[in-house]
Design a protein around this ligand. Structure first.
Ligand code: FAD
Length: 412
């Protein structure tokens, strides 16, 4: 957000993250990741941890900083400048940590949350299955209790960190006969021989994050590694979707902003027909649209973060994070497309990072729930909210000239 809206503490924090992004991440890492020469940049997570920059919302006793959502999105936007893979790896501690923070036992927090925040362990979350990601509650991975263990079988795919993570948060069916929302449980699964991982996808963008497939074959998971108990998967899923969606919404603003800056600068230098191209309305109006879209995306994301910090009820949080993710990723897609148009031919080449960030951008409309699923949630929560409210404001329908023609108000 604009610095003048931030507290002194958060202005300093933003500078701290900006400095990290500027000095601690060599361009060679980004190039190697995009060339698929690096599968999982654990050293990036360790560098963040060294400066106490991951898991920042979690309590200090577990290695966090005890900050709020506003701080997290400030950091996510700055780190987002590095593109979607590193933004995602920054946020993965926030997403997986959310499960431990809200629902984990003390033992689970010590064994997993603390080493995560300290950069000693890497994690991944495994929701999506080959049969589909949108129908989350239709999961077919199973976990059957046998003595002191659960035996996990099944397959997940597109998991960031499938290659590279030390443990996985895996949703599996523990009670196939229960209603879908009560049929799933969440397990912490340590990497072992019973977890086969394969780095197999040639991705359009977002490369180097270890996205791959996981296969669980009679994988033994100690009963201490179930989070919150059998059937609690749905409740935990809804909570994890807050960081899942809000970090994408904020990270995308970071790299769309970076593209916007590059194209703005370019437009003041590049000449055509004897003048710099920013003198053409066709160009400067695209710059204007980008300013507007970025400000609007930032506004919705900050409003959501501040609403959560202020204690918005869970159903409202669900709607706001879905709106933020949908709006921000679509706005940023438009912004980056505009920047490519402004830079034209050279923007399409690897001389500038626009083409990489355009490729990175596309996944935002697909992962953490597609934007169609976001619309599904938004309308669902809105109708619930609308139909249960008692409206005390003006009845605008009565302001129509023919408002009293009640006989014309047919509803089928
Ligand atoms: C690079 C990458 C990284 C990823 N990282 C992870 C990760 O770390 N962990 C993880 O678990 N998953 C991850 N995913 C998976 C991602 O979240 C899913 O791809 C996404 O949720 C969509 O699932 P799907 O691809 O199976 O599409 P499907 O569910 O098959 O959907 C196909 C189409 O149908 C539409 N659709 C489906 N149902 C409805 C409906 N009810 N109403 C309207 N439209 C509908 C969808 O919007 C979409 O357009 C990742 C994916 C990629 C590509």
């Amino acid at each position: 957000m604009y610095d003048y809206l931030l507290s002194e503490e958060y202005k300093k924090f933003k500078e701290e993250v900006r400095e990290f992004v500027k000095t601690e991440v060599p361009p060679s890492l980004l190039k190697k990741m995009d060339n698929d020469e690096v599968q999982y940049p654990g050293e990036f997570i360790q560098a963040l941890a060294k400066q106490n920059l991951i898991g920042i919302r979690f309590p200090k006793e577990y290695g966090g900083r005890g900050l709020n959502w506003e701080a997290e999105i400030i950091a996510e936007e700055e780190i987002g400048v590095l593109g979607s893979s590193l933004a995602c790896l920054f946020s993965i501690t926030s997403i997986c940590g959310e499960a431990f923070h809200h629902f984990g036992t003390e033992d689970q927090k010590q064994r997993y949350l603390k080493p995560l925040c300290e950069g000693k362990k890497f994690c991944a979350e495994a929701l999506t299955e080959p049969r589909g990601g949108s129908d989350f509650f239709g999961a077919t991975c199973t976990a059957v209790k046998e003595g002191d263990n659960y035996i996990l079988n099944g397959e997940k795919r597109f998991v960031v960190g499938a290659e590279g993570a030390d443990f996985f948060l895996v949703y599996a069916k523990t009670n196939p006969n229960a209603p879908p929302h009560e049929s799933l449980s969440l397990f912490v699964v340590d990497k072992s021989d019973a977890v086969e991982s394969a780095y197999i996808y040639g991705l359009m963008g977002t490369r180097g994050g270890g996205a791959g497939r996981l296969v669980f074959k009679d994988c033994e998971v100690p009963k201490e590694n179930i989070i919150l108990g059998e059937g609690a998967g749905g409740k935990i899923f809804y909570q994890m979707m807050v960081p899942e969606r809000l970090t994408t919404a904020s990270g995308w603003i970071g790299f769309a902003r970076a593209c916007h800056r590059i194209a703005t600068k370019y437009s003041t230098k590049r000449k055509a027909f004897g003048q710099t191209i920013n003198r053409f309305e066709a160009v400067s109006f695209m710059v204007a649209e980008n300013c507007t879209l970025l400000d609007a995306a930032r506004a919705i994301v900050y409003n959501t973060a501040r609403s959560i910090d202020a204690g918005a009820p869970p159903t409202l949080q669900r709607r706001l994070v879905s709106e933020s993710k949908k709006f921000s990723t679509e706005a940023c897609w438009k912004v980056i497309n505009n920047t490519m148009q402004i830079m034209a031919g050279i923007g399409y080449t690897t001389v500038y990072p626009i083409e990489r960030l355009l490729r990175d951008c596309r996944i935002g409309m697909i992962w953490t729930g597609t934007n169609e699923i976001m619309s599904l949630i938004i309308q669902h929560e809105w109708y619930k909210e609308f139909l249960s409210e008692k409206w005390l404001g003006r009845d605008i329908e009565q302001d129509a000239i023919a408002a009293d023609h009640e006989e014309e108000k047919h509803y089928g």
